[in-house]
Design a protein around this ligand. Sequence first.
Ligand code: DX5
Ligand code: ZN
Length: 220
Amino acid sequence: MEKPLIAPSILSADFSRLGEEVRAVESAGADWIHVDVMDGHFVPNLTIGPPVISAIRKYSTLPFDVHLMIARPERYVEDFVAAGADWLVVHVEASVHVHRVIQQIRKAGARPGVAVNPGTPISAIEPLLDDVDMVLVMSVNPGFGGQSFIPSVVRKIEVLRKWIKERGREVLIEVDGGVNEKTIPVLANYDVDVYVAGTAVFAGGDYAGNISRLRKAAAG
Ligand code: DX5
Ligand code: ZN
């Protein structure tokens, strides 16, 4: 797959037809399926868990990028991998021993990622850069779709890109929250690898048109 990748967040899909929605965004040209898991503790919202992921897994062959917005994710790593997560992303704020959780994810058979909230310094993930395959930089406070992009996160992405370059090891940078045609051009300067977009993909129903507009914005 050619980067940058577009990962539609199914949080903005029609939940009564989730399998068909996953199939539809795959046909519309999505690269990954981004699945937002929320527990009502780490974030003030509740969504879905492993049984729903395993139910929709058969509707697509694309990689499932599972974003865990849950407290103490170490309790559920194996369940999410068994349900079909190819990538499993945990928040640096959600675990006391996040380094250990990352090893746990790899051992369970998924690619590990770490996410960082807008209010957390990017330095919090620096000690993990030799162990993770992706860093998810949150550009809204997690919990809901349809929020506005927080411009100050761009500085974090800039620093992160520099650290990754210095290390010479491939670690993807993913940005999530308020990503659309207007915000992508700002981010493209820092070689973002994966754009997560909920509203910008699902709004209006023209998924193929929406995804191609995002790709165009990313290409500059
Ligand atoms: C927010 C989620 C996002 C969300 C993005 O907590 O992690 O993935 O669905 O939605 P938009 O693209 O609408 O900001
Ligand atoms: Zn997300």
